[in-house]
Design a protein around this ligand. Structure first.
Ligand code: EPZ
Length: 429
């Protein structure tokens, strides 16, 4: 097991390119199952979630090769229609394969994904959407299966603009006869990019980035090439790291409109933001100001995935900030770890009260989840002294070599062998 050692107190300065979006490449790789041919995907980051998804594609029978940040997927010979428990346990969002695999092979059986650190993560909206399309969907305590018998286009109204359910329904209906309308569809940029890719491959989908997506079924999808959009959550994470250190950073290859929902918060913190073409520059003040209120919402609201990284920056702002997490029911686990640095954050149900402190000290902390892990790393960049961040496998799911990215901006961060973890393991043997 590895950990990160961070010597805090260094201002982040310099320029860095934002890599491809984790939450963009995963549905795109799932969509490859529908293409009876070759898909070339550029700007695919090296993340453990991406590697697991590639393993799943290979298990299903696809040939996948990586050439730098390009993945080449040949899905001409998909010969399995199940996904093993080990894969689903490692990557619960692989449920996104259900619609595509059932559509391609006629039947798909996936291990039932459980919840995760941030919530129960139910999939009822996914299954309801497939049932309305005509798939026979059944689940026992172990597996969830979908059988394509009399599938045709339908109108599906989502009670909540679920990202995953929107993606699964699109993938399950793109090759179905008839027209499918998704009402109250999620509008995240990763969905727009998925639709763009599918249309390039021959699909007929309209309503990109609107709450109503219309999918006119087509017979097949052909080989195509596509570039994954930049990771807007990584961009906000790097901006939070710059902000907490009073730094001055330029982010390149970023899509400004995708990051727009978080810019007002950084401006309220007193950061100077310059956004032009595909570059965002952020110059932070010596001390951040509080943000009166941040409420997470579905896109184009403030993204739930940015809540923990931004909260970390706010923990040393002047004044008290209020954060309300409305998307996931258990997405404050990072607060206990942040308070080990000497921050002063308390929680009451969905509301977190962040009383900004002037300085924080080093701490020995662990990552509670992907974005919570980013939050404690950000705090470590500010803390006086040397901090240790453990369980960094959470971070590696969504950030490519976070220590290299931060070191490129002047941070003193090293990936080390976790001796304490090793000793604990030995003592248990
Ligand atoms: C996607 O998760 C992202 N993951 C999440 O990013 C992101 O936080 C989330 O969208 C919201 O933007 C990927 O894209 C791989 P949802 P997803 O369906 O699809 C409830 C990260 O850190 N819900 O929009 O699971 C659910 O419980 C990850 O990169 C149902 O009730 O999100 C939650 O409260 C974390 N029934 C809310 O909707 C369902 O069938 C949002 O879920 C589905 C969801």
């Amino acid at each position: 097991m590895k950990c990160l050692q961070i010597n805090g107190g260094k201002k982040l300065e310099g320029s860095i390119r934002v890599h491809g979006a984790k939450n963009g490449v995963l549905p795109l790789l799932s969509a490859c199952v529908l293409v009876d041919g070759i898909t070339v995907l550029h700007n695919c980051p090296r993340l453990s979630d991406v590697e697991v998804t590639v393993d799943i594609l290979r298990y299903l029978g696809a040939k996948v090769t990586r050439n730098d940040d390009t993945l080449i997927v040949d899905a001409s010979n998909i010969h399995r229609n199940n996904i093993l428990e080990e894969y689903m346990k490692e990557l619960r969002s692989s449920i996104i394969f259900l619609g595509a695999l059932a559509s391609r092979t006629g039947e798909a059986c996936l291990y039932l994904p459980g919840g995760c650190e941030i919530g129960l993560r139910p999939i009822d909206l996914h299954l309801k959407g497939l049932k309305i399309l005509g798939y026979r969907v059944y689940a026992d305590g172990h597996n969830v299966c979908a059988v394509k018998n009399n599938v045709k286009g339908a109108e599906i109204v989502l009670p909540f603009p679920s990202v995953g359910a929107t993606e699964n329904i699109i993938l399950a209906s793109v090759l179905a006869s008839g027209v499918t309308t998704i009402v109250n569809a999620a509008r995240e940029p990763e969905i727009a990019d998925l639709v763009l890719f599918l249309n390039k491959a021959g699909a007929k989908i309209s309503g990109i980035s609107t709450p109503t997506i219309i999918i006119e079924g087509v017979k097949s999808l052909h080989s195509t090439e596509h570039t994954v959009i930049p990771d807007r959550i990584l961009a906000t994470t790097l901006m939070s790291a710059c902000a907490i250190t009073g730094g001055n950073v330029e982010l390149t290859d970023v899509c400004i409109s995708h990051v727009m929902p978080t810019l007002p918060a950084f401006e309220e913190m007193g950061c100077r933001i310059k956004a032009e073409e595909n570059t965002i520059s952020i110059k932070a003040p010596p001390r951040l100001k509080r943000v009166k209120k941040i409420e997470t919402m579905a896109y184009p609201g403030f993204p739930t995935d940015c809540q923990a990284p931004v909260m970390s920056a706010l923990s040393v702002a002047k004044g008290t900030s209020i954060v309300k997490e409305t998307i996931f029911e258990n997405r404050y686990k990072h607060i206990e770890q942040l308070n080990l640095f000497g921050t002063d954050i308390c929680v009451n149900d969905r509301i977190a009260v962040v009383n900004g402190v002037k300085n924080i000290h080093s701490a020995d902390v662990r990552c509670t989840d992907l974005r919570g892990g980013a939050a404690v790393v950000i705090a470590g960049l500010k803390a006086e002294g040397t901090s240790t961040v453990r369980d960094i496998y959470h971070i590696d799911r969504g950030y490519e070599s976070i220590e290299n990215q931060l070191s490129m901006l002047g941070a003193d961060v090293k990936r080390m062998y976790d001796e304490k973890e090793q000793q604990t393991k030995k003592s248990k043997q």
